[in-house]
Design a protein around this ligand. Structure first.
Ligand code: DON
Length: 313
């Protein structure tokens, strides 16, 4: 990695964060999961990790937040590891929807009624039902163990208040899951699947954790710090493709044009991104735009990508 790039990042990241903070004002912190609404509106933080493990951070990077939909990247990879490509893609598609992440519109409109992709809620709930384990507890533990490995064995835990809040306010997800079960897309017990789904959405992380996970994706599943392969290359390739086409909900096209990097956002305001073969990136900015992406976080990533000339396109 060129020292010049790292020098630029070390010097400029704080001012790029400062310049993006005002963007939070025009967004809103998610409130449909009531517990999420407690997050600070104008917080903004970023951590970028280099392949030698150096962390370059700025802003509110010590903020702790829940993974939400960012977890879907890794539950997809785990479901692929457990079932193989053929089985997984019998139950979820590979295309963007252009609809909101919790929409069920196309499940009825477009045959054969499988979710369009693994990152919308319908797809992610179906993917969760494919995770192997003898019990609901074992399935959740296997997911948490994967995150332990990807974040360098750091102890991770759930935000129980966010989990309970999702459980109490999750009627739309419950409707989606029952609809999928009624159409034999989701197999298993709806309450169990949703318990596992809400749990992985409520895993607590910081920007550095997202950056570490992004770094492993950037190196096609190998941890560049140890040389160990942690994830199969093919499944990382699939996940990164979905991040590029569907990772920022129905603003993924605009994000590809403005930023040009694979990314996945969550409604807590987190964004995991990466520069292929180079860096992992974690961002938090709880104030969201109307598509559900961090308002200031997207602005910050656009600035960083343009200044560093990081777009893949
Ligand atoms: O199920 C939900 O609505 C949240 N737990 C996750 C939503 C999110 O981050 C965006 N989803 N694609």
């Amino acid at each position: 990695m060129s020292n010049k790039q790292l020098d630029t990042l070390r010097q400029s990241l704080p001012s790029w964060v400062e310049a993006s903070i005002p963007c939070s004002a025009s967004g809103k912190v998610a409130s449909y999961i009531p517990e999420l609404s407690k997050a600070p509106h104008d917080a903004l933080g970023i951590t970028i990790i280099a392949p030698d493990g150096e962390l370059i951070s700025a802003g509110d990077c010590s903020q702790v937040f829940t993974l939400q939909s960012i977890s879907k990247v890794f539950t997809l990879i785990l479901a692929l590891m457990d079932n193989g490509e053929e089985e997984v893609f019998k139950r979820v598609g590979m295309e963007p929807t252009g609809d909101n992440f919790n929409s069920m519109l196309k499940l009825e409109l477009v045959r054969p009624g499988i979710p369009f992709n693994p990152f919308i809620n319908a797809g992610a709930i179906t993917i969760t039902s494919l995770i192997h384990g003898r019990s609901m507890e074992e399935k959740s533990q296997r997911i948490l163990d994967l995150f332990h490995i990807l974040t360098s064995q750091k102890e991770l835990s759930y935000d129980i208040d966010v989990f309970n809040s999702e459980l109490e306010s999750g009627d739309l997800n419950r409707s989606i899951a029952y609809f999928l079960k009624g159409n034999q897309v989701l197999i298993g017990d709806v309450d169990e699947v949703l318990d596992i789904y809400f749990k992985h959405c409520s895993i607590l992380v910081q920007c550095a954790d997202l950056a570490r996970m992004g770094l492993i994706l950037a190196f096609d599943g190998v941890d560049p710090l140890t040389g160990n392969r942690l994830l199969p290359k093919r499944y990382v390739q699939i996940a990164k493709t979905f991040m590029t086409t569907c990772g920022m909900y129905n603003a993924s096209g605009e994000f590809a044009i403005d930023v040009g990097l694979p990314a996945k956002s969550g409604v807590s305001g987190g964004i995991l991104s990466l520069v292929p073969g180079s860096y992992g990136i974690g961002v938090i900015g709880p104030s969201l735009n109307d598509k559900g992406n961090s308002q200031a976080g997207v602005h910050l990533l656009e600035t960083v990508s343009k200044q560093m000339n990081w777009s893949m396109f």
